[in-house]
Ligand binder design. Structure first.
Ligand code: HEC
Length: 234
């Protein structure tokens, strides 16, 4: 029994000494610990973004490195149709609106159209916007007088066309397609064509079903992919 008491006293004494002492004379600074177990956890060996770093670790001796060639921003996708007559013709023929024609997409498209396009093209797309009426800009056509498709509408928003500038920096991919739906609707109205029926969105359900199937059959694979994408994105 006595032995245990002694051990206890020694251990307590040792703890007391450790907690009072300091290995670098910083005992009185309340913010720093006198003893650091695993000092790497307190003083990180990580490099700051623009800090100098050893050449053999980081190219050019600086931590911040250029992204790998071909890297794109999250949420940004390359647009493959060139700013040329061929690119225009190809987009007009082949590029399709990936968004379903729903009331919601159309409502957002209309809102964005009135912000960005109506000032020239007019609320109903007849080419009589405020800037045209006040003779600030010429040559804005009525959509009814042009051979346009959703693909060509998207293309001219992306690159601009003659006196019309590009809207690629103000709008996202999704927003441009929502606007394209609205321009398409205006064009049909101007031409007196039948309005397009709204699509029922069953897709969301389908997507869920597909991913559920994938989880069941290729469980390991889908996890692998998740890991890749999360590290690629860092
Ligand atoms: C500053 C005025 C202006 C604004 C704002 C503007 N446009 Fe235009 N737009 C023009 C002019 C001018 C033309 C005719 C260009 C040409 O073919 O010479 C045109 C042409 C078009 C055409 C027909 C192109 C073709 O293939 O013949 C479409 C479609 C179009 N604009 C859509 C839009 C959309 C969508 C927006 C909003 C995101 C927009 N425009 C904003 C001035 C404008």
């Amino acid at each position: 029994m006595n032995r245990y008491v002694n051990t206890f006293i020694y251990a307590t004494a040792a703890l007391l000494i450790i907690s009072c002492g300091g290995n670098d004379g910083t005992v009185n600074e309340k913010s720093s610990r006198s003893v650091q177990y695993f000092p790497n956890m307190y003083e990180s060996v990580g490099y700051e973004t623009y800090q100098e770093a050893p050449e053999d670790l980081f190219k050019g001796g600086i931590e911040a490195q250029k992204p790998v060639e071909g890297t794109v921003n999250r949420g940004w996708m390359p647009y493959e149709y060139e700013d040329s007559n061929e690119g225009y013709a190809s987009a007009k023929a082949n590029l399709k609106n990936p968004l379903p024609y729903t009331e919601e997409n159309l409502a957002t498209g209309a809102e964005l159209y009135n912000i960005y396009c109506g000032i020239c093209h007019g609320k109903n797309g007849n080419g009589q916007g405020h800037l045209v009426k006040t003779e600030k800009i010429l040559g804005v056509p009525s959509y009814a007088d042009r051979e346009i498709s959703q693909g060509s509408i998207y293309h001219v928003m992306y690159w601009g066309i003659n006196y019309m500038g590009s809207y690629a920096s103000q709008t996202s991919i999704e927003e441009r397609w929502q606007i394209a739906h609205h321009v398409d609707k205006l064009t049909k109205e101007l031409k007196g064509e039948e309005p397009r029926a709204f699509e029922k969105v069953t897709e969301v359900v389908e997507v869920e079903e597909v991913s559920q199937d994938m989880m069941d059959t290729h469980d390991g694979e889908s996890h692998d992919q998740e890991n890749h994408s999360s590290t690629d994105g860092e």
